[in-house]
Design a protein around this ligand. Structure first.
Ligand code: NAD
Length: 330
């Protein structure tokens, strides 16, 4: 279980695109902790310089400030690389509805550049971040690979397109690609700030700052919230998967289903937040967000069977660790 005992050939070099972001910086840290070399490629568009600075002293870490929209940058960054973990993209469904052209250029053409650069450099494995949003309006639960609906946002289009492009690179050029459909990841270093912040860090920060979070809709929407360490495990295990498992996509989640309203009340309780009359602080309910799906819960058996994925952290354990981290670091 977990990833701490995973081994790669000595001197393996990993390229993490988006390595200054939440998931990417956690991947960089895990790889360095295991003793391997990491090159981080990030344009710092949504990522943070501080997520680079924390590793700069480590001789096995290298940072390239660059944009995956530029093919030559990708080709240069892939030189000598064994494993690519492609995380660079812009997230957020609502922002993608405001900026469709940018999402196409950044999330689709950027990943296509990385596929091409990996092919030209004979990279061994190309593991990339996809998303549960590709299930779109498919109503059945749990979500199973191969049973997708119509996508509901430009962001979801971009992730679906990445999957199709990756499949082409496996089929026509023999590049081993593995698409990981992350389901609402949370944990240390996830950015709590800004209009497009993810819900768990945003709620924690607002509550710690004495503000009242707004819940979009009735709070009865559910998600398969996935702790960051499970995502690290999936990425590293995909790097060790066989070519027979390439050209495929995999749900990466814990396999649970948590309701937003329950998360809110759990946070209020754990953080001991009261209103001015000493009662449990009630949330504000806002309007539903366009492009959102109501429920999400993953069948993870394909990743378990074909990648050996065996997530160690359940939601409660992940929340406990995340809350501790935010209390110390906000
Ligand atoms: P993040 O915003 O924290 O990290 C993304 C990183 O990519 C940032 O550091 C950003 O600066 C960098 N980046 C963006 N465009 C770039 C470009 N053109 N060139 C170079 N760098 C670029 O987001 P995250 O939550 O860490 O997400 C990582 C990946 O996982 C993304 O592909 C995202 O779509 C996917 N994903 C995340 C979640 C989640 O719950 N966080 C869920 C599903 C999928």
């Amino acid at each position: 279980m977990g990833y701490k005992n995973i081994e790669f050939p000595q001197n393996s070099l990993f390229l993490v695109t988006g390595g200054a972001g939440f998931i990417g910086s956690n991947l960089c840290e895990a790889i360095l902790d295991l003793g391997y070399k990491v090159r981080c490629l990030d344009d710092l568009s949504t990522g943070k310089q501080e997520n680079v600075n924390i590793f700069m002293e480590n001789p096995k870490y290298e940072f390239i400030k660059g944009d995956i929209k530029d093919l030559q940058t990708c080709i240069d960054a892939c030189k000598g690389v064994d494993f690519v973990l492609n995380q660079a993209a812009w997230g957020s469904v609502p922002r993608s509805i405001e900026m469709p052209l940018f999402y196409c250029a950044n999330n689709i053409n950027g990943t296509l550049n990385m596929l091409e650069a990996s092919r030209q450099n004979n990279v061994k494995k190309f593991v990339y971040a996809s998303s549960s949003s590709v299930y779109g309006d498919e109503p059945n639960l749990p979500k199973v690979e191969g049973r997708e609906g119509r996508v509901l946002s430009p962001y979801a289009v971009s992730k679906r397109a990445d999957e199709e492009w990756a499949r082409q690179y496996t089929k026509h050029y023999g590049l081993d690609t593995y698409g990981l459909r992350y389901f609402n990841v949370f944990g240390r270093r996830q950015d709590p700030n800004g209009a497009y912040a993810a819900v768990i860090p945003k709620f924690i920060k607002l509550l710690l700052d004495g503000e009242i979070p707004v819940i979009n809709g009735d709070g009865k929407q559910s998600r398969d919230f996935t702790y960051i360490d499970n995502v690290i495990e999936a990425n590293l295990k995909a790097c060790l998967a066989g070519s027979d498992a390439a050209g495929e996509v995999y749900n990466i989640a814990y396999g649970g289903q948590e309701y937003l309203i329950d998360i809110y009340y759990e946070l209020v309780e754990v953080l001991d937040i009261k209103d001015k009359n000493g009662n449990r602080l009630e949330p504000i309910f806002g309007s539903e967000r366009a492009g959102d799906i109501k429920h999400s819960n993953a069948d993870i058996s394909k990743a378990q069977e074909r990648l050996g994925y065996n997530p160690k952290w359940n939601f409660e354990q992940g929340m406990e660790a995340a809350i501790e981290w935010y209390k110390e670091n906000l």
